[in-house]
Design a protein around this ligand. Structure first.
Ligand SMILES: [Zn+2]
Length: 643
């Protein structure tokens, strides 16, 4: 223990003892980290976490016990740590690190910030705050058996946002709404439906047929257009008209959440409508047209054969008739719960899981997709990557080791540490990579940062720009935007200055192709110039592209060619692991970030001379090629998530 004199040299021991540190997150990594900090001799620690303790945390968040369920994580963690380190000064804060009271000056009081977070949004924010306050940040993450810790410092090392994170795996809206071909498409649809009916409805999660599907539209403009419009399903309104679109929820409420009516709309009327979009089904080898289902005539066996001895409810695949019964029960329960407020889909909430399992399975049947058991649906929908106590423990140890280097004024020795599941050529699973200097094109940490955004300026409204670009892609919390040169305020974070009518107008009403907006987030001390570039449409039906470098906005084919080149170069450098985890990972709304998510930056090992040289090919314990590794990983667990 460092508290025993002589373990650390005197200056370091004094620095450890005197430095005030901030720990963000008191969950899986946080519990381990707090224990490590106090046992290493840290005496002045502030802990912040917005969460309360859930019973499912207790298997690894060892500072908490059964009697703490429902209580604040940060307060309980403090209490537990003081029991074995009573001499420490620990302050616990229960709340979000993104609140305005935790501003730049507040961050400046800390010598080091240590992240033990579980989501990208908070990581982005803390990254910006530490850059603004010029405080070193030790960032960390784990996902299953994988983990990493790294150090971020303004003007010295890469920041958390220097490398754009791969966009999270999503499916094109028209696949989900019109032409599902995999079970996961139906599961994602069912989760969207859950949100539409009981949760906070998201316009991007529409579940009705997508009349704008480019595949369907291929031939239907022309004389048929009028007819198409006529046949639009209930709740649908003309896009260009002023008719207020009736939300699925309003529709369901008006019908008192009657299961039979919901069933008939979703699984009969809407499906019949899809069949009228002939281009989706004509001359297609890869898909069959769906079959609408009538409530009075429900199939009594599933479309898969299953062993007769399957007795566990979780493993049995339900027939459509069984699904309908389960659906009715689930709706009865959920509609009552929803009266108290928006529900959030939770795989561990049985009615919510039953709802999704039933709806997804009915849809799978309709689209001739092999049905799935509740157990399978749960793992696909729940995006389950197990949280593993030992991984958290290893990474929490690494965080403290990096913090100690910073406190010894040896920041140059800091590294990124990766914990991997397979040994490298030297038989090690804990490997390091040198820290890179900041990316000169980073849209966050460079001086006077700039971003380029490509979108359709005549359909993208100011409000969409605020939500999807500034808050979404650019991770601002409370953005303001002004048209450079003219001083026109387009978006204001001050509720009193907001003009909702103006916000609903398209960007093209205010500026032209190539326009520059000066955007800022006061709390993050972040100012960004955003250049807008118009495009009628983008590859893959994407709504927008954001890049620091304008060249990155080029068409996908060129980009892909470059990527390919890069890959070839990388291949002999490391054993790269690429597993398409889509099949088992659900819609991966937050891919591999479900718990203490790791950054998905591809591990690239330190090739400089050092204790972890990876170019070396001398007799490893067992020769493994990259191909072997890939295969092995795929066999082992379908949920590996480094890419
Ligand atoms: Zn950066």
């Amino acid at each position: 223990m460092a508290q025993v004199n002589g373990v650390f040299e005197d200056t370091l021991q004094k620095n450890v003892c005197d430095s005030k540190v901030l720990m963000v997150g008191a969950g899986g990594i946080g519990c381990e980290l707090l224990k490590n900090l106090v046992l290493s001799g840290f005496k002045d620690i502030t802990i912040i976490d917005l969460d309360t303790i859930d019973v499912s945390n207790l298997n690894r968040q060892f500072l908490f016990q059964k009697q703490h369920v429902g209580k604040s994580k940060s307060a309980c963690a403090k209490e537990a740590a003081l029991r074995f380190a009573p001499e420490c000064k620990i302050e616990s804060l229960h709340g979000s690190i993104m609140k305005d009271e935790y501003n730049r000056d507040w961050f400046k009081q800390f010598r080091i910030v240590l992240n033990a977070l579980d989501n990208r949004q908070a990581r982005n924010h803390v990254n910006r705050m530490c850059l603004a306050a010029q405080v070193p940040l030790v960032e960390s993450g784990t996902a299953g058996y994988l983990g990493q810790a790294t150090v971020i410092m303004k003007n010295k090392f890469e920041c958390y946002e220097c490398n754009p994170k791969p966009t999270q795996k999503t499916f094109p809206g028209c696949t989900i709404r019109n032409t599902p071909s995999e079970p996961i498409h139906c599961i994602v649809w069912a989760k969207h439906l859950f949100n539409q009916l009981f949760g906070e409805a998201d316009p991007d999660q529409d579940v009705s047929p997508d009349t704008e599907d480019p595949e369907a539209a291929a031939k239907s403009d022309g004389d048929n257009a009028g007819a198409e419009e006529e046949k639009k399903p209930e709740g649908e309104a003309k896009k260009d008209g002023n008719v207020e679109r009736k939300s699925t929820r309003v529709w369901a409420e008006e019908n008192d959440y009657n299961t039979q009516k919901i069933f008939s709309k979703l699984f009969c009327t809407d499906i019949k409508y899809l069949l009228t979009m002939e281009n989706l089904w004509k001359n297609r080898q890869d898909r069959q047209p769906p079959s609408p289902l009538e409530w009075d005539d429900l199939p009594s066996s599933p479309n898969v054969t299953q062993a007769s001895n399957v007795t566990l409810a979780d493993q049995k695949v339900w027939s459509v008739a069984e699904c309908a019964k389960v659906l009715d029960e689930a709706i009865t329960t959920l509609k009552e719960e929803a009266k108290k407020g928006f529900l959030e889909w939770d795989k561990d909430d049985l009615p919510a899981l039953n709802f999704v399992t039933a709806c997804a399975n009915i849809r799978m049947y309709i689209f001739n997709i092999k049905q799935k058991s509740r157990f399978e649906v749960k793992s696909m929908a729940g995006n389950i990557i197990p949280a593993i106590a030992t991984t958290n423990a290893v990474i929490a140890g690494c965080i403290v080791m990096e913090a100690l280097k910073i406190l010894s004024n040896q920041m140059d020795r800091c590294k990124t540490v990766y914990l991997r599941t397979q040994p490298n050529a030297r038989g090690k699973i804990l490997v390091t990579e040198r820290l890179e200097p900041p990316n000169p094109k980073c849209i966050v940490c460079r001086d006077d940062p700039e971003a380029n955004v490509k979108l359709n300026m005549s359909t993208f409204t100011l409000k969409m720009f605020e939500e999807k670009i500034l808050k979404g892609a650019l991770n601002m919390v409370a953005p303001d935007a002004e048209l450079a040169g003219k001083g026109t305020i387009l978006i204001s974070s001050d509720p009193d200055d907001r003009d909702e009518q103006m916000l609903s107008k398209p960007l093209s009403d205010f500026c032209q192709d190539g326009a520059m907006l000066s955007c800022d987030d006061f709390l993050q001390n972040y100012n960004l110039k955003v250049f807008l570039w118009h495009a009628d449409s983008l590859d893959d039906g994407k709504e927008f592209l954001v890049a620091g470098d304008k060249e990155k906005l080029q068409p996908k084919a060129e980009e892909a060619a470059k990527e390919e080149e890069k890959k070839d170069e990388d291949d002999d450098e490391i054993c790269e692991i690429e597993v398409d985890a889509t099949a088992t990972n659900g819609d991966r709304k937050r891919p591999h970030e479900e718990e203490n998510g790791a950054s998905s930056k591809k591990p690239k090992l330190d090739s400089a001379a050092g204790d972890e040289e990876v170019q070396e090919v001398s007799a490893p314990p067992r020769e493994v090629t990259s191909a072997d590794l890939k295969r092995k990983m795929e066999e082992d667990d379908g949920v590996v998530c480094i890419e």
